[in-house]
Write a protein that binds this ligand. Structure first.
Ligand code: FE2
Length: 257
């Protein structure tokens, strides 16, 4: 079986668009649909037909293109059961723990409450590819809007056990700002220093910083490193639980300029 082709691009201002294409069957999925016209032109340029949309959560900047793309391509929209009434055009409802077959591959669904109540992530294990949208970002994580910090801690940290070589595809290009915050809580982390340097260079060159990998994030992302002695020392939270450290990090990031 040949590998899936991943085509990633920026749309709106900082949303990632992502098309996943199987050359064998011709199946193509868009991970979320931030902007129908940009996605349509990316599809046309490649001669791909959009067979599916994998929706992660109900925020407008992730679902706004659903109906126009479905109209154009007859795409089947897969999305979170817990937010089904807020996902335009949803046809197949899935929830954490579900698996389904797409392009001959198993797709696993993870529940990620926190950013929204019903946020889900998709993993295509055979491709080592995780589509985490607004749950885990490179060097950061999503804001907690609808769930609790405790829920978000579990949603983010459930991915620590995935293979380190798993590619992490995110919903937004926020890495540079995330890196600035990460350096305030773990400035002595060599891997983080190097990543921040690499990210600065990528952004200066107008390049995207994702996908990253789970392994890279485990070494650098403070929200996956709540057990780091340096972070705990800097927060003055040496005796706290990892979830408490996570909550403090998230609150500080909310107020970080
Ligand atoms: Fe969102």
């Amino acid at each position: 079986m040949s590998h899936l082709e991943m085509h990633q691009f920026i749309c709106r201002s900082d949303n990632y668009g992502l098309l996943v294409h199987d050359h064998q069957s011709g199946a193509t999925a868009s991970v979320d649909a931030p902007d129908a016209s940009v996605i349509e032109s990316e599809l046309k340029r490649r001669g791909w037909q959009l067979t599916h949309i994998f929706t992660t959560h109900h925020h407008t900047d992730h679902v706004e293109g659903n109906l126009a793309l479905r109209e154009q391509f007859g795409s089947i929209i897969v999305g979170p059961k817990l937010e089904a009434e807020k996902i335009p055009g949803i046809r197949k409802q899935v929830e954490g723990g579900d698996t389904f077959t797409w392009a001959g591959r198993e797709v696993k669904v993870f529940a990620c409450p926190g950013h929204t109540k019903g946020h889900i992530a998709y993993l295509i294990k055979s491709e080592f590819s995780l589509f985490a949208a607004d749950t885990v970002f490179s060097l950061g994580c999503g804001r907690v809007f609808e769930g609790t910090f405790e829920e978000m801690f579990h949603s983010v940290n459930q991915f620590r056990t995935l293979s380190p070589s798993t590619y992490l595809y995110c919903g937004h290009e926020y890495t540079e700002a995330n890196g600035r915050f990460a350096m305030t809580v773990e400035p002595g982390n060599r891997a983080l220093q190097q990543r921040v340097g690499a990210v600065t260079k990528l952004r200066q060159d107008g390049k995207m910083t994702c996908p990253t990998t789970i392994g890279e994030e485990l070494k650098t992302n403070p929200f996956l490193r709540c057990d780091s002695p340096e972070i705990r020392r800097n927060l003055n939270m040496e005796a706290a639980t990892d979830a408490e450290v996570f909550a403090e990090l998230r609150k500080r990031k909310d107020n970080f300029k």
